[in-house]
Design a protein around this ligand. Structure first.
Ligand code: PMP
Length: 317
């Protein structure tokens, strides 16, 4: 999805103009994927923009840095949160996608990253529905990918790490080339893992089933929000391995992610799921999710961080 430039990007300690936010071609992360990043959404509410689950995203960013052995003493949690809020504010965005990225910069071509400088950038851009405009209501068609998600012994599933996204790219290219909106990865055992950039839930007999963390999934923040919403709605959530045929036999399937939000899956491998559209439980969860992010439902979980916007100039002032 193409993005429109905004005005300001935070780069290594200063706010610079969009065109000036560049790095050198010898940047280590460009060659070897030595980066930790986040994807965060801010939604429009009646009181101005609000960032959804900012603290959880920044915690995960710092966790990703930790496993990459990137010290972040100069950018503690509160400072990173403040900078993300500022990225929305400075660019005058009402709703957007915020991308903080910490990466190993220019300073050597060897694989060993720890001698390279630590660079950081934060930008915010407008971003619509990730899996297509109608996806949220009508659902998407997905396929089980021929690519497997890496296991916890080959990479670090809990980290959102640049180099680890090669597999997700293979999955999403294969899916698009085959006429599907998204691909679903199995784990090394052959159990259902997650989408290229989304976690997965099945509904069966009124229960919401999702693979456990031990299935090498990324601990999605939308996944966590949906689990809490389901419990708020009195829907039982279970963490169980899901076999491929359980996907086909589910009453409903849904994908969750910051980009994908809460999206129904209406078919897998051209097999219709349930009645082949958005199921009732998916719709209930979705409605509560979209009400919460837009501040239309009481923020009982403390998920919203308001972005203070400058007061519009009053007439005659
Ligand atoms: N799995 C993968 C591989 C992802 O890249 C993402 C997107 N960050 C997710 C799941 C969903 O995570 P979240 O809800 O935190 O965006």
């Amino acid at each position: 999805m193409a993005i429109n430039p905004t005005d300001w990007i935070f780069l290594n300690g200063a706010w610079v103009q969009w065109e000036k936010a560049t790095v050198h071609v010898t940047t280590h992360a460009l060659h070897y994927g030595s980066s930790a990043f986040e994807g965060i959404r801010a939604y429009e509410t009646e009181d101005g923009p609000a960032v959804f689950r900012l603290d959880a995203h920044i915690t995960r960013l710092l966790d990703s840095c930790k496993v990459l052995r990137i010290p972040m003493d100069d950018y503690p949690q509160a400072e990173l949160e403040r900078l993300c809020v500022e990225s929305v504010q400075r660019n005058g965005l009402r709703s957007c996608y915020i991308r903080p990225i910490v990466f190993r910069g220019a300073g050597g071509l060897g694989l060993y990253p720890l001698d390279c400088p630590i660079d950081i950038a934060i930008f915010a851009v407008e971003w619509g529905r990730y899996l297509g405009a109608e996806s949220v209501e009508q659902g998407v068609d997905a396929m089980v990918s021929s690519w497997r998600r890496f296991s916890a012994s080959t990479a670090m599933p809990l980290g959102k790490i640049g180099g680890q996204y090669v597999t997700s790219q293979l999955v999403s290219v294969e899916a698009r080339a085959s006429g599907f909106a998204e691909g679903i990865m199995l784990d090394e055992r052959g159990c259902v893992c997650e989408g290229a950039g989304e976690n997965l839930f099945a509904v069966k007999g009124g229960r919401l089933i999702t693979p456990p963390m031990a299935s090498a999934i990324l601990g999605g923040i939308t996944r966590d929000s949906v689990i809490q919403i389901a419990r708020d709605l009195g829907i039982e959530v279970v963490f169980e391995a899901i076999s491929r045929d359980m996907l086909y036999l589910a009453d409903e399937l849904l994908m969750t992610g910051t980009a994908a939000e809460v999206t129904p899956v209406r078919s897998v491998d051209r097999i219709q799921i349930g009645k082949g559209g958005r199921g009732k439980i998916t719709q209930r969860i979705q409605e509560r999710f979209f009400a919460q992010v837009a501040g239309k439902h009481p923020d009982t979980h403390g998920w919203l961080t308001r972005v203070p916007m400058p007061e519009p100039a009053t007439v005659g002032a």
